[in-house]
Every structure is written in structure tokens, then in C-alpha cells.
Design a protein around this ligand. Sequence first.
Ligand code: MG
Length: 282
Amino acid sequence: MYDVPIGVFTSIDAGLGVNFEVVCELGLKSIQLHTPQRETRTSESASSFLYKLCEHNIRITAVFLGFEGESYETIEITSQTVGFVPSKTRAARLVEAFEISDFARLLGVTYIGSHVGFIPHDRRSNEYAEVVESIRSLCKYLRKNSQSLTMETGQESVQSLLTFMDDVACDNIFINFDPANLILYGVGDPIEALKLVGKRVRGVHCKDAISTTGIAGVDWGREVPFGSGEVDAVKFINTLREVGYHGALTIEREIPEQPERQKEEIGSAVKLINSIKSKIMY
Ligand code: MG
């Protein structure tokens, strides 16, 4: 039996992930939290949310950063709007990330997840150096709150991600491994990638996808329920065990406009993951 918790995304107020009631209905004890809106990031709302978590014996494994103006409509728009790479919004988002880190601290959360953005390809460019510097200052801030950064996989190959993390050169920078993103963005085989970065993984998204029929890296692949796409769920979870991962397996399925379908699909993913976990004998 591979004894790690299964989790799901939820929010306090952001309208993403599943409703808290669904977390309870599914009997899950682990969540990742989308960034709450600014007006909700208060000690009062942290206390009342913690009370709810305590009542149901649920633990938050990470708060995921999200900013106004981000859009995943196409890969091109994603590269222009997401994370700390777009220069126009970088400084303001950094300040906001510090605020979110402070709020996460009130919740006792030690991992902050982030889509950093499409890391510039040219390591000698000013842009690359600026993004490295921004993420370094984020890591330094998180360190003061006893937190670490987990970078979401997918927007570049894991080799580029590793090089970037080494250039940031902080001891509190890790990876949140999302196998579907590698397929969606067309940047490599998720299982091989996981073997390569396994030791640095501190969070996992159980998400699935099918490669694009258009041009890889330009056209999106398609996200599908976990277990029904190109991510080999059995191999994925067995490889997590092999690389020594012992954190939560957080199911990610963002279709909040179809809450019934979302609940059903997440419920099926829970069953699938439990069955795979139970067959792991070491
Ligand atoms: Mg993800």
C-alpha cells in the first residue's frame, strides 16, 4: 500500500476547484487552495477557514498563486499573461505574492505553488536574469515565512526547469509535478520527466490530457479526466513511489461550470488512485 493522501483543489472564494462541501462529501482530507481574492486575505477569514478544516480534519498542502489578468486561452496568450515572466506586471505581482504568502502563513501552509510563466529560452538575456532575480526574491520572502516555492511543471521541459531552479540558487525552491501539463504544452513524456526531477517534487497534480492534433507547443492539447488520457496512471503513481514522493496526490479538474460532472469525475479519479495505491506492495 502506498500510503499517501488524496486531495483536490478548492477555494475560499475564488470560484475555482470544487466547493468545500464536495471535498467533505468525497471524504478527502487534503486540499490545495487557489489564491483567495485580496479582500478575503484577512486574519478573520483565515481563522474561520481553519476552523472549518479542523472540524473535518482536512489539511492544506499548498496555496497556489493566481493573479488578475492571467489567461490560459491559448498557449500564446498564456505566455503573455501568466506568472512572473510578463515584465509589465512582474513587480506588482511580486508584491502581491508576498501578501499571499503572509496569508498562507496564517493558515499554517508551508508550500506556495506557482505557474512562474514561460521561462525565457536565452539564459544570457536580460529578461532571463530579471526573472531569476524575481523568483529569488520571492524565495527569500517565503523563507521568512518558513515556506518553500513549488514551481508547476509544463511550460518548459523539465531540463530547462532544473537549470532555472539551479540559477535561482535557493534551497527552498521545488517542483509541483503536473503530468498533464507536459502533454498539453507538448514538452515531453511525463514519466521520463518525473524520473529526472523526482527528488525535487514536493507536490503533485493528478491531471490528464491528450496531445494536440495541431502543432505541439503552439496549439493546446485537451485536458481529460484523470485516467482517460495519455498519462499512464499506474506508471505515474508507481514512479512517484519509486522516486520517494510521500506528499499528497491532488486531483486537478477545472470544470467549475459543470459542478455535477466535476464531482463525478473527481470521484472516479479517487477510486482509480485508491485502487492503484492499494496494489503497491512496497
Ligand atoms: Mg496543475
